[in-house]
Every structure is written in structure tokens, then in C-alpha cells.
Design a protein around this ligand. Sequence first.
Ligand code: SF4
Ligand code: SF4
Length: 474
Amino acid sequence: MEAPKNESFRDSIGTVTEDGKRAWVYPKKPSGRYYERRKIVSYVLLTFLFVAPFIKIGGNQFLMFNVLERRFNIFGFPFWPQDFYLFVISMIIGVVFITLFTVGFGRIFCGWICPQTIFMEMVFRRIEYWIEGDRNKQRKLDRQQWDAEKIRKRLLKWFIFLVISFLIANVFLAYLIGSDKLIKYITDGPLEHLGTLFPLIIFTGVFYFVFAWFREQVCIIACPYGRLQGVLLDNKSIVVAYDHKRGEGENGRKKFRKNEDRQALGHGDCIDCLQCVHVCPTGIDIRNGTQLECVNCTACIDECDHIMESINLPKGLIRYASEENIEKKKTFEFSPRLKGYTAVLVILIGVLSGLLLLRNDVEARVLRLPGQLYERKGESIISNVFTYKLINKTTEEIGDINFKLRKYKGEIKIVSNTGNIVVPEQGLAEGTLFIEIDKNNLKGDKNKLMIDVYSGEELIETTTVSFLGPRSYN
Ligand code: SF4
Ligand code: SF4
């Protein structure tokens, strides 16, 4: 957005005073059409966040990020260390997705979807409004002595914050170690699992610190995504923006006076009521233009719309708009650029879905035993020895495993005590096998063999190996 003449606000952040102290933000309680919509979105997302680790698909936890055991489930698809490339690809797609989305639509993610904003604005802040009241009452309470009222309100607030932080920490743990383990640890009693209890207490402390004290500083100071905005946004990006053309007019903004003809006086529609500033959870003035601190929460849109309504002016002085929209007074268009980005996003999502759907539930690896070439057996049989590893990513045991050569005539002999290979659920089976082929059936000294892996009669995986034979067959 067009920069105001005085750019001194860019030298500091809105939540730090000139002498370097924290400027505590007491945002006014938002209300309006966007706030109502954000509430609905937040209810859906919070429900999803709390329920997702307890949903199972085909026996797999819907979402799990078990970093310690390097096991990840995404939408019920288990990712093993062997699938790490898929996990990395999906992470890259995620980054590309967010980047493209941001270039087109600004920080919509921060305002509507980011868990930090949702917990802060839709859970913790609302509890604060409920206990301590709106902006002015909170400021008054902060200034007042530690009397009975202040102690009661603060203790109640801190206690509720702590309980919610503890709940979030438990859900976080369910994502990390798996909900089954978490439930088991809870039913066993926390003292039985001190190794998990300590991280749980630390997580609770971190969440409490973030939501009770650190708050908007996460978005302003700590979040790398926020810091990237300067590079990602351009004059076509849709952001929460103040229409400075309309707001400032020829002669700038001016306080409202009844029966005054503002247009004739050349003043814009902004009546300098500061309500958009008071409602901002990051303590900025959106009229200064797009700023790093703005999380696109839409609270200032709602607030300004109320003001415009009350003075009978059209809503939308602050609205979702691009700099181009404001400068050229064009209405929002789904431009070819946005269409292009959307197409790229759709393709990326398609690629990821395809990769996930094509992935096998069972993975087979057959590798030559290091240092071994080939062995002759009798007159014409050539034998190679291999190790095999079968990984079962499903939640059901796979039994009656047998291997068959495709195209080549030959025999696969498994070194096994029982004669029956079983791959346990979410586990692996490994061992040794010999492949024996008549030298007359070989095509050279290096032969690429395809091995089909069956469970009973069902083909579950195909893999390839290199089979060595003598250079000359005479
Ligand atoms: S709420 Fe609207 S009218 Fe009031 S100061 Fe902000 S932009 Fe101007
Ligand atoms: S400027 Fe407006 S949209 Fe940005 S953080 Fe403040 S209130 Fe939210």
C-alpha cells in the first residue's frame, strides 16, 4: 500500500515502547460479519485439531508426527523411514502451496487458519474478555492495586489458561507419540511414565508462556512466515488494506462533525476515530499501509464497517483489497495470475494425492549379499545369494509370503526354519534367499530379474535384482 509520509512507525514494532519495554496490547473485543465467520472456522478447526489424533483410518491414526520413531501418518497414510522421500515431497509441496497462496491472497492463513491466531484470539482472548471485560476494563484492572477483585480475576484467568495449556499439551503429545500410547500412559498413571510426564509439563509451560505472556510477539518476532511477507507480497496481493484514496481524500482524514460537508472540504471518509487501531491485536495502525505485524485478522475491517454504518457512509474503507484495486479503483478480479496460481496449486495437490494413492502398503527389498558373486551347482545351475527385507505398513499381519521369478525360469529358495514367512503388522521380516537359474537361461553375466512377492495367491509387490553369472557359458 502507498506509504504515508512519516515512516517512523517502520523503525520499531508496535508492541515495544521507545525505551525498549513491552507495550502490552489491550485490543477491543471484535464484532462483525468477519468475526462471526472466523468464529465458525475456528470451531471447525479446533474440533479437527483435538479430534484428529483420535480418529483411525484402516487402523492408522489419522494424523501423527512421531519424530522419535520416525513414523508419520498423514490423513491415515503411514509414512515409514523408507517413505521419507514422500514425506519430504509433501513438505515441499506444503511450502510451495503456502508461498503461492501468500503471493495471491496475502496472509489469509495467519488470520483464519494459523493455530497460534485461533488459540490466541478465539480461545484465550475470549476467556480474558469474559473474566476481565473489554479493552478499557482490562486497562483499568492492569493499573489498579492488587485488591481482592484483581487477585480473584487474575488467579481465575491464569488457572483457566493453565488448564487449557495442559489440554493442548496432551493433544500435542497425541500427535507426537500416538493417541493409543497417550491413553495408555494416562490410564497407567503418569508416574509410571516419567519420561513422558516431564515433556508434558514442559509443553504445558511453553503453551502457557506463549498464550498468557508472549502472545502476538510470536507473529511479530518469532514466526518465520511473517518475516517472509516483505518478499512474497506485491501490489496485486489481496491483503487487509485501508483505502487511503477514499479515507484521506484531498485534504486528509478528519474527526467527524455532524452536518459538515466533508466532501466539499476535501476530507476523506476516515474520521480518525482510532477504532481500527484499538481493535488490532498486534497494536498497529492499518492506515499506515501493509505492515509486517498485520496478521490479517479482519478485526479492523469489522470495526471500521461499524463506524461507516453509524455515519451513513459505505462500508469497506478497510477491506480485503490489493494495492492495485485501491489505486485504480478496480473491483476485485480473479486475475489470470491468480487463476494460474490456483491451477498450479490444484496440480500440486493432484501430484501429492497420486503419490499417496500409488504407494504400496508393502515394500520389498532384495539385495545382493555383500562380497558374493555367484556359485555353480552341479553342471549347469548358477546360484546367487541375496538378503530380503519386507516392510508391512498396514495394521494387519501378512502371511504365507512366497517369491516368484517373472520371465526367467528358475527357482527361489528361502532360508527359513519354519518355511512360512509372516510379516507382522506395521513391522518387517528379513532373511536370506537363493536364486538358482540354469546357465542356458541366462542372457549374459549381468541379468536383471524381476521378483514378484505374493501373499498366498495375491501379488503384493514386485522388485528387481541383478543376477550374476559367468562371462562365458562354455
Ligand atoms: S475505524 Fe475507519 S474511520 Fe475510524 S480511524 Fe480507522 S479507518 Fe478511520
Ligand atoms: S491491522 Fe487489522 S487485520 Fe491487521 S492485525 Fe491489526 S486488526 Fe488484524
